[in-house]
Design a protein around this ligand. Sequence first.
Ligand code: B12
Ligand code: SF4
Ligand code: SF4
Length: 302
Amino acid sequence: MTKEDKVVFLKDPNQVLEQLIKNFIHESVQNRRIQLDHGRYWEEPLVGFASGLDSLFFDYKRIIGSFHLTPREIIAHALKEKGKELLLPEVEQISVISWILPTAEDTRKSNRKEDRFPSKLWAYTRDFGETCNNGLRRHVVGFLEDLGFVAVAPILMPSFQFIHDEKVGWASPWSERHVAYACGLGTFSLNDGFITPKGIAVRIGSVVTLLKLTPTEKKHRHYKENCLLFRNEKCGKCIPRCPAGAITENGHDKDKCHEYIHSEPLNVKRLSYGLQNPPPACGLCQTGVPCESEIPRPDLIA
Ligand code: B12
Ligand code: SF4
Ligand code: SF4
């Protein structure tokens, strides 16, 4: 990267980063189903930004648990590994970049037809599509580092691990959905899934950086606003979609869901698709529902 590149970047870093993320998904071979039919895993991403000092990140210590990291803790940790310290004036520069990867239409369609196991395309997307998401995380970090900015993809930190918390059950120290919520990209729902303008059938990624970015405007007044059930008390279409009975009008039972997606019959099915060591997948509650690929509208409910 030359000095000139940096000057151009700093004129509108939000725009450059958004384009960088979209270009990766348009052009990278990692977004191609080379293992199958050369289709795409993901459609055009949505991108949002938040200040590292957004009060939501501090609220998450209460809403999720003290183990959930703030952007400041992530950057301080990254600097410490380099033998450096975060200086007080730098704190207000910390920003978060979050993106939504919408599942390709043919994959969503194939999963809609299923009532017990994920479709082959869905299972491949959970495996190789997430590898592409990790590639994108590294790409964004590499781009920012080349320009001289500290950048971290929290999910890729070696110390990162999932936990089973007494209060919130299955969780992680960096919840991509809560981060995307802080970046104005959507809201939660009855089944916990995150509903964005491109729907609920998505995966999410993020990077924290020591660079001031303009936060995306947050339009949501309630953290479940995009879910029909919380707008007009109708819907619940995801309830019968769940083969594990993990969704009721009261919400999502993470333990039942976890048990089902890690179950032997589901593993056998994924192996029969030709996957080696496949990660857990299901997503039936994310397809064949009115929120699948958009923020649902009440008039679409039969
Ligand atoms: C642990 C985990 C699971 C667990 C538990 C899920 C859960 N609800 O947390 C299990 C194994 C059950 C699971 C299942 C699945 N997962 Co999962 N999983 C994760 C993981 C690793 C961590 C999630 C986490 O930290 N949760 C934290 C807890 C606290 O979140 P929560 O309980 O949902 O939060 C509730 C409260 O905080 C509450 N809340 C209360 N008050 C307030 C106030 C405010 C202001 C806010 C914002 C929220 C809030 O809102 C939430 C909803 O009720 C993430 C990856 C990551 N690191 O983020 C992927 C992730 C959540 N999984 C994902 C996916 C796709 C799946 C599956 C579809 C499997 C598949 N790929 O086929 C299913 C779907 C289940 C479902 N209906 O959500 C996606 C989410 C996509 C989406 N549209 O939401 C993620 C983000 C992975 C990714 N990189 O994209 N998963
Ligand atoms: S199917 Fe209906 S109730 Fe379920 S998450 Fe989507 S909008 Fe909410
Ligand atoms: S991912 Fe599958 S098991 Fe889990 S809630 Fe959705 S439909 Fe049920």
